[in-house]
Design a protein around this ligand. Sequence first.
Ligand code: ZN
Length: 374
Amino acid sequence: MRKRKTVGVPVQVYNLGSPAGTQMNFERDELWSRMDAEMGKKAVSLPVFLVNPNQMDMLYPREYRRALDPERIRPLLQEEVEREARERERNPERRREPQEGEQDLFDRLKRYEEEGWLKYSRAVAVGLYLRMGRHNQQFRNQVLQQGDPNVRTAEAENAFLSHQAPAIFLCCERIVDRASRLGIPHHLVMDKVYYHELGHAIMDTLPDGAPNPYLESWGRTVEESLANAIAYRCFEGKQALWVQRLIQDQPAEYLGYAAAGQLLAKHMFLVNVKFLRDWYREWRREYGWYWWHRVEYALDMLERGEWHPEVARTLTEFFRHLPLPLTPVRWNGRIDSQNITEWKTFKRKAALPKSWEAEAWKDFAMHLLIEGVS
Ligand SMILES: [Zn+2]
């Protein structure tokens, strides 16, 4: 059976040997009408390769094969919340310096990553956004050999062998399997997975050779939660609810998609404090005592380098209540969009993992994890 390349839309879709791929219809209006301009721009520039489970498992990078099981890490996160609260009560004025040799939360989570992967590999390796340049012809031929020749076309083979830029891979057997287990149309699962991978493409600002925060569990948490936020916001009503049900079965790193829309990550950047304080001093007489205390406290904490969800929550809430012309932060209504922009900026600058900015993103990731698994 010869499966012809999709026509009718300016997007390249190739089947590399996935029998279930023949069930995927890329000509549905619904698939494309949910996209905004930024996502559409990626869709028309990135080829989509449909692959079977064996091919996906070959392609999935070894260094990405980690996952955190929400059930296993929930007690640890709870402990962390309690410990922080105790510290703050004991010493509300000073930032606690980590003790010599003390492990931070993400170091302690490392030991759960392998068993988490064993449990979640089939739920995670459904879609993949991959820069193709590093794969040689021999490896690519091996991937092709794993494909079902009845659905693989010469055109698809050539596209796969010659492509040097990023691409998206969708494992159609796993998509169909997920859908049938939940009793929902497979296209709903396909669309969610595709949008999620396009989300990674949108956020792919890392310069070549720069240290990749994705290899750290905090970086993976920010990236996967934001990719899910990008996918989730494409849907409405009942479909959105089914997407939330799909996300529920993913590892802990993926569950912060809703929390990513609650706090502005930019409030953790110290550079903003002076500006925020000057601005606030000018306007604070307009606000009652309730805000006066809370905002002053939050700015003090921020100035000492003490970023934590409570501080960001206060500021986010405060700025959200201001009439539009007064707000000191660029405000386009969507907190998750602003967090995505900040994350892209952080990766573009190739910040080193030890910098204070990375520390602030770690705090943000902790917020995503705690809210996500609770
Ligand atoms: Zn992802």
